[in-house]
Design a protein around this ligand. Sequence first.
Ligand code: ARG
Length: 461
Amino acid sequence: MAQLWGGRFTKQTDDLVYHFNASISFDQRFFEEDIEGSIAHVVMLAKQGILTNEEKDSIVKGLGDIRREVLEGRLAITEEYEDVHSFVEAKLIERIGEAGKKMHTGRSRNDQVALDLRLYIRKEILAVDGLLKELLCVLLRIQKEHLNTYMPGFTHLQKAQPVTLAHHMGAYFEMFKRDRSRMHDIFMRMNYCPLGAGALAGTTYPLDRSYTASMLGFEGPTLNSMDSVSDRDYVIEFLSAASTIMMHLSRFSEEIIIWNSNEYRFIELDDAYSTGSSIMPQKKNPDIAELVRGKTGRVYGALVSILTTMKGLPLAYNKDMQEDKELTFDAVDTVKNCLELFTGMLDTAGFRREVMAKSALGGFTNATDAADYLVGKGVPFRDAHGIVGKLVLTCIEKQCSIEDLTLEQFKELSPVFEQDIYDAVSLKTCVEKRLTLGAPGTEAMRQVIADNEAYLNADFK
Ligand code: ARG
């Protein structure tokens, strides 16, 4: 056991207590952030005359050595240290002696861990943003290739009106675009530095908190020391945004699974992104999509878990907050893995244009257009709705589609129908005439795609 405290204790910590309390097994994940924060802290301490330049240089070199040795696998982070902060400080003192004992001047593990977690989440926000952007690029490519790939649009999972694959992909493009903008918002809101808050009440040393903040790339220092050490809003916001990403991926996965089913056959997943069955030789399963859908639950779980942990906590730091880490790490791994795999699966998938178009022809997806045709000839919409309803009933009896009826059959229900009804209810017309901004018609889609292309070419900030 190597602890940073013990002076006021007369007994050794119980073994079980030690391990229950320790966080080294997981907080070593942000050991680089811990070192980065410590370097900024001691550089500031030297600037303020709290450490000498020699002490600072020796600490900075020692920290750099530790960092390198760990990264190169020459120094192991072992469980005899309570947490990553204790590990780094103990190794520093082992190496440079007295000066190492001064590193923690004007700092507490409470503001230190708050800093480490912020640095870590800030980095992961950028990583998630990059993965979202890659997914958006694939979605944009598919949209450009499938402007005229007709398919049924659904409500209640029943065929509703025809759309295009480009339009369907465009819906997901908007969702993941909003996810990026959430990442951006969280980054801006959390980008303040808690270092210098001390245990909870600041310190008596003349720290320059703005200097440390700017060295670490923050907008500035946080403004209340108690809030600084006990705020985990940014974790909650990040997990909430991550949950929303997973919800989007999960909905998309569900559609891929349906489209991949024997009944639909809209999509052909690449062999590299599918799996087989140990017993049924014919199987090619969409396991990746199913796993993404399944893993959504763990990210939601992380969000609910941190919300619950934080809910009864009085100010300021409480050890409960150590629970913030494992779930955050798990959620980060999950959302990043899922984004990466989903993007690969989508990028390598093929779409069966003819199957989709044929499916769009069935299910009376042009019924609204038949009604609109009558409206165009002066029939009030409510009456048109009723006439076409009867038309559909006739088709169901005859087991045919609207466009299969003869003109006489049309006229039996309304004398207003003329030869041009066939063009009005053709799949092409049904899609291409929908030209309101945001609709599936090719010209409307082209404009949105151009806007989204410009958006993708702009940077995160
Ligand atoms: N491992 C601790 C955590 O993750 C670091 C802060 C410890 N602070 C303390 N007062 N015991 O929250």
